[in-house]
Design a protein around this ligand. Sequence first.
Ligand SMILES: [Zn+2]
Length: 141
Amino acid sequence: MLDEVRFDPHAGVIVLQILLPRREQWVCPECFSLVTIHDYASRTWRHVDMFGLRFTVRSRVPRLNCPSHGTRRLPVPWAVPGSRFTSAFEALACAIAESTCVRAMATRLDLSWDEAHGIVRRAARSEARLLPMAALPRPAS
Ligand SMILES: [Zn+2]
């Protein structure tokens, strides 16, 4: 749930604060068991720029304590695990990289080479997971 929208005029950044539902337990992303919360960590993700301003999503994300998988951060619906960018930002970056190149995308979005390369690498991994599904025959209708 969107909790707050704040403008930082010095940095030129709009910060979208998202509150996750408060719970005593969450589902482990690995084994889907109901597990306790270890602690919370504040995280930020860069979102798509709008109106010439940079947008950032911020949230307190629980780390879960699973007896089988240890401490795991709860995945959020707006970003892939491990990314510091929203999925919408990564989709935009990949569209730019497809029509130009990774270096041009990095320059246009003010990203470091490592950030740009990470986005492209995550997209390639995601596409590789989808390819076997695309090769399956379509069911007869
Ligand atoms: Zn687990």
